[in-house]
Ligand binder design. Structure first.
Ligand code: SF4
Length: 314
């Protein structure tokens, strides 16, 4: 359903080009949930904005192709892509308070998403939005309320309703639960899972929190410094991670069953994407670094079944 091939998206700044997404490739099947994980600044959100073509003005897609249902969407003109955005591919933004307009009623903002993409009467759109609010556990009458009258969890649910109201095939959820407290977060994750199976949705779930991926995804792609370094089914990656960075991420996650000890951290800091390290971008932080890692970029190799890794150790 979705195939991303060698996509590079750079930001043009006064200091130079920030290589936020630098040669990313993956494919997704219909009904699948793919988790996209990595530290802040590794390019996850830029990749989401590239697929939805909502990049800021100073960003450029330098190369690559994105096929959605067989159609290359990066080469469509804006008018053609508008028919796809929201109707076929929608996005749940992070920071629900910032994503909603504070001076407009929540219901009206969701109605607008329908009216922009479908030729329906306003009354029908209002009814559909009230149904969508109910579907995400919000009372229909809340349609008439403003964002400040919603709690954080309700605002996030409203954004989920907005993303689903046109029955898209693919939803990209960008850190959908990061700003929520732990109880509300569990409820919203449960809701996402239920809606996904009920509507047979494909989903890309972006998060830096591996527990969210473990609970909701079929496969996971680990991003580091603008590249996917490992991709595979969730169980293989959690039980037997191959890339040293993935191993570090999994170790940094506290176990609720094992002995109570401080989780390990990955030494060093993420690289500056204006001047990323040569060869393997993880080499300055990697405990297994070899000479070849500093000069040659590792290719993605299949390790077993559906697990692929880009590392010279394999
Ligand atoms: Fe470490 Fe080398 Fe593998 Fe990069 S390629 S993760 S530096 S062993």
């Amino acid at each position: 359903m979705l195939e991303v091939k060698g996509v590079k998206t750079y930001y043009l700044t006064d200091e130079g080009q920030v290589k936020a997404v630098d040669g990313v490739s993956f494919a997704m099947e219909r009904g699948e949930t793919l988790g996209l994980a990595g530290e802040s600044g590794c390019g996850k959100t830029t990749l989401a904005l590239t697929i939805t073509r909502l990049l800021p003005r100073n960003a450029r897609v330098i190369s690559g192709e994105i096929y959605f249902d067989g159609v290359e969407i990066l080469s469509l003109d804006e008018e053609e892509f508008r028919k796809i955005r929201w109707k076929d591919i929608s996005i749940i933004f992070q920071e629900a308070m910032n994503a909603l307009n504070p001076v407009r009623r929540v219901g009206d903002q969701i109605v607008e998403a329908i009216l922009l993409h479908e030729n329906v009467a306003r009354e029908e759109a209002v009814d559909r939005v009230m149904n969508a609010l109910e579907m995400v556990g919000i009372d229909r009458e809340r349609f008439w309320h403003y964002p400040h009258e919603f709690s954080g969890g309700m605002r996030q649910r409203a954004l989920i309703a907005m993303a689903l109201v046109c029955n898209p095939k693919l939803v990209i959820a960008d850190e959908p639960v990061t700003a929520l407290d732990v109880m509300v977060r569990a409820q919203v994750l449960k809701l996402i899972k239920e809606l996904q199976s009920k509507m047979d949705l494909s989903m890309i779930l972006i998060t830096h929190d591996l527990s969210v991926i473990a609970e909701t995804c079929d496969r996971v792609a680990i991003m580091y410094a603008g590249k996917i370094v490992e991709i595979g089914d969730v169980i293989s990656i959690f039980k037997d991670p191959k890339h040293p960075y993935t191993k570090g991420l999994v170790k940094a996650f506290p176990s609720i069953y094992g002995p109570r000890e401080l989780p390990a951290s990955i030494s060093g800091t993420p690289p500056d994407l204006l001047n990323p390290p040569s060869g393997c971008r993880f080499h300055p932080r990697c405990p297994h670094v070899m000479d070849i890692c500093k000069v040659e970029e590792p290719e993605m190799k299949r390790i077993n079944g559906k697990q692929y890794v880009a590392c010279h150790l394999y």
